[in-house]
Design a binder for this molecule. Structure first.
Ligand SMILES: NC(=O)c1ccc[n+]([C@@H]2O[C@H](COP(=O)([O-])OP(=O)(O)OC[C@H]3O[C@@H](n4cnc5c(N)ncnc54)[C@H](O)[C@@H]3O)[C@@H](O)[C@H]2O)c1
Ligand SMILES: [Fe+2]
Length: 398
């Protein structure tokens, strides 16, 4: 019965998707292009900008470099730099208070998914000041013009610079959930690969695996994709196949950094319509409950989820194998080789094979939240209900 409801829901979504107007932000991509940010802010009519970033970006000096550029160009700004990894509802509320107190009219996020999502949350709050973050979480809840949002991604992973999503953890319940709205697609993205060379090897690997996960989940979901999402997923997977290990081994390999940045951007656009799946639905709960970095949760779960889907994903994984030039005698063998490549990449980059943090008493909560996030919205190749989630989680715990 639920299967039928899900089919009808996803049929409705497939039709609605044609009217929703998915688009990419305006963007520029190139080495040193961060220097163009002030000009873009001026051209787009930004008045006083709230710069949203985090402690790590302050320490690398990247945030200061951007602030210097703004000062030199006479652009007024206020700073909110205390976004946590896996940003919380309180981060959004605090950022929104700064936005109001300082009289800002636009927002610029400098950082990975955490500052970008917090900035999106601040924008959503600006459109609905009386609503709590919890009330804003869900599908198409913003539905109103928000302050202009400029994004400068400094990880190559989340793709938040092009997506409709802001993933925020509820401070009280630790429930990590998503605001999904087309009004949250940023106004403008500045993609400068030079800003990613300071990523540690570990961050390079885990955030890169997040991008891979977006492309693989969007591609294997299939249902909502047009040719564009399929193409972008294939391109992203190939770029990651060729460049993740070089970027991990030599952070200064600017060509590899460039390709990883593009891969993350393409994969983000692919899943913004194609959706993610059970890797994300389970992974978000680990971020919320235990603070596991998002990319690490994704990397651990991805091969296990794909293998658990079995024959339902062989054809699509075989396509991804073909895109990477991995050969095999049939779809099943190509799919297996593709999953083995993900596992090998995890080993090479020191990512654990299984999950060690899950407590027995949390399993019911994890499954409830994962099901709430994924069913019926995500068109996963196989439908999992409570028992399948339970079997899966038991199989991936150390
Ligand atoms: N909105 C979306 O579409 C979307 C998609 C996937 C994930 N997410 C969310 O994004 C968050 C994760 O973002 P993330 O993986 O980009 O990591 P992050 O933003 O949490 O950053 C991780 C760490 O890397 C540091 N860092 C960032 N750039 C750096 C650089 N260039 N040099 C050195 N250090 C740097 C940060 O200071 C931080 O300490 C999670 O909350 C996740 O749920 C959002
Ligand atoms: Fe992700």
């Amino acid at each position: 019965m639920y299967g039928l409801y899900r089919k009808v829901f996803q049929g409705g979504m497939t039709v609605s998707n044609y009217f929703l107007g998915y688009h990419m932000p305006e963007y520029i991509f190139g080495r040193g292009y961060i220097n163009r940010l002030p000009q873009i802010l001026k051209e787009k009519g930004a008045g006083k900008v709230l710069v949203v970033t985090d402690d790590g970006l302050m320490k690398t000096g990247i945030a200061d470099r951007v602030l210097d550029l703004l000062r030199e160009s006479g652009i007024e700004y206020a700073l909110f730099s205390s976004v946590q990894q896996n940003p919380t509802s309180e981060d959004v509320e605090a950022g929104f208070r700064t936005f109001c107190e300082k009289g800002c009219d636009s927002v610029a996020a400098i950082g990975g998914g955490s500052p970008m999502d917090c900035a999106k949350g601040i924008c959503a709050k600006a459109a609905h000041p009386k609503k709590s973050v919890r009330q804003l979480q869900g599908l198409l809840t913003v539905h109103k013009r928000v302050p202009k949002l400029f994004v400068v991604p400094t990880t190559s992973g989340t793709g938040s610079e092009t997506t409709i999503a802001a993933v925020i953890t509820d401070e009280e319940t630790h429930h990590k959930a998503t605001i999904l709205d087309l009004f949250l697609i940023p106004e403008f993205a500045v993609l400068d690969p030079e800003l990613t060379v300071t990523l540690t090897p570990e961050l390079t690997a885990t955030t890169g695996m997040d991008a891979l996960c977006h492309a693989v989940e969007a591609y294997t979901n299939k249902t909502y994709n047009t040719k564009l999402e399929d193409l972008l997923s294939l391109k992203a997977v190939k770029l990651i196949y060729d460049n993740l290990i070089p970027a991990y081994q030599n952070g200064g390999d600017i060509a590899a950094r460039e390709n990883m940045q593009l891969a993350a951007f393409y994969a983000g656009r692919a899943f913004t319509r194609g959706c993610v799946g059970y890797v994300h639905a389970i992974g978000h709960t680990l971020g919320g409950l235990y603070g596991v970095p998002h990319g690490k949760a994704m990397a651990i779960l991805l091969p296990h989820v794909m293998r658990a889907f079995g024959a339902a994903v062989h054809e699509r994984l075989a396509d991804l194998s073909d895109a990477c030039g991995i050969s095999g005698k049939d779809n099943a063998e190509k799919a297996e080789k593709f999953i083995s490549w993900i596992e090998e990449t995890k080993r090479k980059t020191g990512i654990p094979e299984k999950l060690s943090m899950i407590r027995d008493e949390d399993i019911d909560q994890i499954i409830t939240w994962a099901m709430k996030e994924a069913n019926p919205l995500y068109p996963t190749p196989v439908l999992w209900r409570y028992d399948e989630f339970k079997t899966f989680i038991d199989s991936v715990r150390e």
